[in-house]
Design a protein around this ligand. Structure first.
Ligand SMILES: [Zn+2]
Length: 214
């Protein structure tokens, strides 16, 4: 437990979430999806607090001391600094009540797909059995549309795109940022990992498919 955490007592719930995030991060790092300390991970602790990875740590070697708490506006609740993109996590928790854990990774597939589909603004995944790995999807006949938002070093720009997408009433199960990576989530860390794996797999298939003559 970090000695720098100031305003809450170590809790079993925090420890459990932190360990789940560390295990998921190690698993995703082993696949090469978090190169050069990139990527960030979080889980909702309660109505006002979010457990999130500290900035700049090697995601393959996280321990619970590398997980900190922030509030719903992404303000640190201890003396550590959250990941640069913590605001995007906080936004998703505010906008999506069912969202319990968020994973942000940068696999080759996610990055190539995000650039390939940047101009289209979205990638439509159609006809894949694996879409059923996503909560609420019960048939291969259901399409999954992932928006591709332009990258920016100002998180407020990306937040505006997320907000506009949802305000238009479009379903959102994850999003790509062009040249950057993916945000995927679930009701808990386990479900978020399953969603991320399924989306990455379908994106890889889609890229393969687009190489073939039609
Ligand atoms: Zn990133």
């Amino acid at each position: 437990m970090s000695a720098t955490r100031l305003d809450h007592e170590p809790s079993d719930a925090f420890e459990r979430l932190a360990r789940q995030l560390c295990n998921a991060a190690a698993d995703l790092a082993r696949r090469g999806w978090t190169p050069a300390t990139s990527g960030n991970f979080s889980a909702r602790l309660d109505a006002t607090r979010i457990a999130v990875t500290v900035s700049g740590r090697d995601k393959g070697r996280l321990t619970p001391a590398d997980i900190m708490l922030m509030d719903a506006q992404a303000r640190a609740l201890d003396t550590q600094r959250p990941s640069a993109e913590a605001r995007l996590h906080a936004q998703l928790y505010r906008l999506l009540p069912d969202c319990g854990a968020i994973l942000h990774t940068h696999s080759v597939t996610q990055t190539v797909a995000s650039l390939h589909c940047a101009r289209a603004g979205a990638v439509r995944l159609s006809g894949y059995e694996l879409v059923k790995a996503l909560h609420g999807h019960h048939s291969h006949a259901q399409d999954l549309v992932l928006p591709v938002f332009p990258n920016s070093q100002d998180m407020a720009d990306i937040e505006r795109h997320v907000e506009a997408w949802l305000a238009a009433g479009r379903p959102l199960h994850g999003y790509l940022i062009a040249g950057h990576g993916i945000y995927a989530w679930g009701r808990d860390t386990g479900e978020a990992v399953r969603h991320l794996e399924a989306i990455d797999f379908m994106l890889a298939c889609e890229l393969e498919l687009r190489k073939l003559p039609s």
